[in-house]
Each structure stands twice: as C-alpha cells, then as structure tokens.
Ligand binder design. Structure first.
Ligand code: FAD
Length: 150
C-alpha cells in the first residue's frame, strides 16, 4: 500500500512528488513513456524562475534528482488502468501487469498540442512553426506572424 502514486513525470508530476516527498509521504512516480515530460525535448527554457536559461533536459534531470532526494521512487512504466476499490483505495495496473495499491492518486499526464495537418507543418516544426506562444513568442518578436485560433 503506497500513500501517493503520481501518474506522469513532467513538471507537474515532479512538483507534486517534491511536495509529497517533503511531507514524508514517500511518493511513487509512474514516469510513462516520456520521462521528464514535454520539456525534455525543448532546447532552451527562459521562463522558469531561478534560471535565466537552461536546457529542458537539464531542468527535468534536476527536478527528477530533487524528487528522488526527497524520497520519491520513480518507476519506468505506464499506467494502463486505475480502479477505485470498495474500501476507497486505488488499484493501478501497470504496463508490466504489476498492480500497485494507493491511498491517493495524482494524475499529471499533461496535454498534447493539436496539429492542423497542413502541408509544411511537420517540416517547419521548431523552425518557425510553433504551438506555444508563452514558450516561443519572444523568438518571433518584430517578425510577421500568422496565428491560427485564439
Ligand atoms: C517544443 C516545446 C517547447 C516548450 N517550451 C516551453 C518553455 O520554454 N517554457 C514553458 O514553460 N513551457 C514550455 N513548453 C510547455 C511545457 O512543456 C508544458 O507546459 C509542460 O511540460 C506541462 O507539464 P506537465 O507535467 O503537465 O505534462 P507533460 O510535460 O506533458 O508530462 C506528462 C507526463 O505524463 C506521462 N504520462 C502520460 N500518460 C501516462 C500514463 N498512462 N502512465 C504514466 N505516465 C503517463 C508522460 O510520460 C509524461 O511524463 C514547451 C512544450 C513544447 C512541446
């Protein structure tokens, strides 16, 4: 029986693990097929307080180490199923078919951007085509941009 199982190892899941670890709850993180989440594939991050610029991979390695130092266990599997039992606990079935029982489950599985499916979109991804104004907006300062949707 685990106190807290966190599904997802992006910034949200790792922040959750850091707080749960500091509270002495010995959280388990199920990392999924993208350990570290979306930022792992991001070149330079400029909007995280405390770092004027850091690579996404470095930032996520630091978050993972911090979570582990505070008592989190990282399991490199994917959650296939979550069921609430009659006694109010949760049973999580992993890709290996192992089952973990937990008092609390935190879901931090992130989000995906939606592609338009237009020609050139994949080819120019990260070379002018972006899906995140917060992340990439400053790179386009002073340039002409086309915005699709709001
Ligand atoms: C190219 C790019 C550049 C970006 N640049 C910036 C930037 O400069 N600054 C910024 O603030 N943001 C940036 N972002 C956005 C940022 O990456 C996201 O806002 C952030 O990663 C969301 O964190 P999250 O923890 O919610 O989810 P995610 O990072 O998406 O993590 C989701 C996690 O859930 C796991 N998961 C999913 N399903 C399961 C399952 N069934 N079982 C177990 N685990 C599962 C995945 O393996 C992953 O670890 C960028 C995004 C992209 C794609």
């Amino acid at each position: 029986m685990r106190n807290v199982v966190i599904i997802g190892s992006g910034p949200a899941g790792l922040a959750c693990a850091i707080y749960a670890g500091r509270a002495g709850l010995e959280p388990v993180i199920i990392a999924g097929d993208r350990p570290g989440g979306q930022l792992v594939n991001t070149d330079i991050i400029e909007n995280y307080p405390g770092f004027s610029a850091i690579s996404g991979a470095d930032l996520m390695m630091k978050m993972m180490s911090q979570a582990e130092e505070l008592g989190a266990e990282i399991v490199h599997e994917t959650v296939k199923r979550v069921v609430e039992s009659k006694d109010g606990f949760f049973e999580l079935t992993l890709s290996s078919t192992d089952v973990i029982t937990a008092k609390t489950v935190a879901i931090a599985t992130g989000a995906k951007h939606r592609h338009l499916g237009v020609s050139g979109e994949t080819e120019f991804s990260n070379k002018g085509v972006s899906w995140c104004a917060t992340c990439d907006g400053p790179m386009f300062r002073g340039k002409r941009v086309a915005v699709v949707v709001g």
